[in-house]
Ligand binder design. Structure first.
Ligand SMILES: [Zn+2]
Length: 148
């Protein structure tokens, strides 16, 4: 799961990933290339960008909803996997081809992409604070126990 810093970096650069070619080029080192369902072309068509790390070489992230999927199998259908895990993704539910978008459509989508990103960052920060509170409570409880 991506950290807030990674999410921020992706959000800031993925505005360039509206273009299918840019997404497909990110899959230069993708392991599934032939005789399978999740080729670079199909991954890009389903909105994914390849964002591998040292420990997770097959992580792909949707440029729009920022969902991360890994553990791909050759028979996985990228579009189906994406819609199973993120059915409300604004890219998947878009009615037009990207080449037909008006400037107003594009800004509406960018506003939606920003909302998705901010929600993810808020959820991560809330989880971080919850963990901090839990640790503080444990620490205070054990300090109290030593006093009694
Ligand atoms: Zn998505």
């Amino acid at each position: 799961m991506a950290s807030v810093d990674v999410l921020s970096a992706r959000f800031a650069t993925y505005d360039k990933m509206y273009m299918h070619e840019a997404r497909e080029q990110s899959f230069a080192d993708w392991p599934f290339r032939e005789e399978c369902n999740c080729t670079p072309e199909k991954m890009a068509k389903a909105g994914f960008v390849h964002c591998p790390s040292e420990n997770e070489p097959d992580v792909a992230c949707c440029f729009f909803c920022l969902i991360e999927l890994e553990g791909w199998e050759p028979d996985d259908n990228p579009w189906t996997e994406h819609s199973k895990r993120s059915p409300d993704c604004g890219f998947l539910t878009m009615k037009k081809d990207l080449t037909e978008l008006t400037v107003a459509d594009y800004y509406r989508m960018e506003k939606e992409r920003l909302k998705v990103y901010l929600k993810k960052v808020c959820h991560k920060k809330m989880a971080y604070f919850r963990d901090g509170i839990d640790h503080m409570l444990e620490s205070l409880t054990s300090q109290l126990d030593t006093l009694t």
